[in-house]
Design a protein around this ligand. Structure first.
Ligand SMILES: [Zn+2]
Length: 114
């Protein structure tokens, strides 16, 4: 599989492939960006609010994304806020698996992830 095909496989909007391929070739030649990085950014953006909104209506065409230097996008990772069900402290830390610990010294409950 070519680099482009790998990218195309993960890109959620499968429209105007020929244009995407053209953009891929041009941008690759000019910026020599890393294919894995581009794929990682796409994967992260797929989980972003903007791309999930309205069934992906706001996802740009791959060609547009590439010409805009999409692989450089900084994707904000969703920060999940957990609250201790016992003392309502927000000071909880990730433990193993899906367990979280409440750091309140008077509480120290295990907070279940959800
Ligand atoms: Zn607590």
């Amino acid at each position: 599989m070519t680099d482009f095909e790998q990218f195309w496989q993960v890109y959620p909007k499968k429209l105007s492939k020929i244009d995407a391929l053209k953009a891929w070739g041009q941008m690759k030649k000019r910026y020599k960006f890393d294919t894995d990085k581009a794929i990682a950014v796409v994967e992260a953006q797929k989980k972003s609010k903007a791309w999930l909104k309205d069934g992906g209506e706001f996802i740009p065409y791959a060609g547009t994304w590439l010409r805009a230097g999409g692989w450089e996008n900084e994707v904000e990772s969703k920060k999940e806020t957990r609250v201790c069900a016992n003392c309502e402290s927000k000071d909880v830390v990730a433990g193993d698996g899906r367990r979280w610990w409440c750091k309140n010294s008077e509480c120290r409950r295990i907070v279940r992830g959800y």
